[in-house]
Structure formats: C-alpha cells, structure tokens
Design a protein around this ligand. Structure first.
Ligand code: HEM
Length: 61
C-alpha cells in the first residue's frame, strides 16, 4: 500500500479526510481530480468497510 502514483495509505496522513466515512467515500467515489477511479460500482459496502479497517490496522503497525 505504498502508493505508486498516489501517496502511501498507511503513513497516517490523509489528504481527503481522516474519518472512516471520508476514506470510505474516497474509495467508493474515487478522486476524479487526481485520476483515481471510484470502486463503488464493483465493491460492496461491506468490502469497502473491510478495506478501510485494513488500512487503519496497517497504519498502526
Ligand atoms: C482498491 C484500490 C484503491 C484503494 C483502496 C484506494 C484508496 C485511496 C484512498 C483512501 C485515497 C485518499 C488518500 C488520502 O486521503 O490521503 C486515495 C487517493 C488517491 N488514489 Fe487511490 N485507491 C485505490 C486505487 C487507485 C488507483 C487504481 C489509482 C490510479 C489509477 C489511484 C490513484 C489515487 C490518487 C492519484 C490519489 C490522490 C493522491 C493521493 O492521495 O496521494 N488509486 N486512494
């Protein structure tokens, strides 16, 4: 999860909102201005929730 063209998702820095809800929204809707595609059409809400939890856990380790 080190980012490639985007920034790391586990460095504790969030440019688009720190809350679980904001991170959920970044994944579901994407970030059109930065070229990130949205995944809301291909992932269920439960899957996105699980991903948010995974990133939260990884940033604490
Ligand atoms: C399941 C796959 C992905 C997940 C979970 C994911 C998640 C995220 C999240 C949570 C953010 C916001 C970060 C913040 O608030 O700082 C973000 C930003 C971004 N993502 Fe993704 N992303 C994914 C796939 C992609 C793909 C495929 C691309 C490009 C083709 C991409 C490009 C970007 C860019 C350019 C940003 C904004 C710049 C940045 O935060 O550094 N992402 N992504």
């Amino acid at each position: 999860m080190n980012g490639g063209m985007a920034s790391s998702l586990i460095d504790g820095r969030w440019d688009y909102g720190t809350s679980d809800a904001a991170i959920f929204a970044s994944i579901a809707a994407g970030i059109p201005a930065d070229g990130m595609p949205g995944f809301g059409a291909v992932m269920t809400a439960a899957e996105i929730d699980a991903l948010v939890h995974l990133m939260r856990q990884a940033e604490r380790e």
